[in-house]
Write a new protein. Structure first.
Length: 82
């Protein structure tokens, strides 16, 4: 094997480090709204699962879909960083 400096030149190429571990900045209003949307989603999910196993599959599906709407709204706020 040759011992030229081709391997070292690959490590010195400047590039912008961009990753998802950068701090997420959101306003306290958005954070509070996202928190309550998650609380509503979790309560809806627990009620929906309890309804699914104890009573009616039909109503459980409606409750779970309704709870998912709140999660999708929270997800949109998080992704769009509003």
């Amino acid at each position: 094997m040759s011992t030229d400096n081709t391997d070292n030149t690959l490590n010195t190429i400047p590039h912008k480090r961009h990753h998802n571990l950068e701090p997420f900045t959101d306003s306290s209003r958005t954070r509070r709204l996202r928190f309550w949307l998650n609380v509503i989603f979790l309560i809806g999910a627990v009620v929906g699962l309890a309804c699914y196993y104890l009573w009616s599959h039909h109503w459980a599906t409606i409750i779970l879909i309704g709870a998912s709407v709140f999660k999708f709204i929270e997800l949109a706020l998080r992704i769009l960083k509003i």
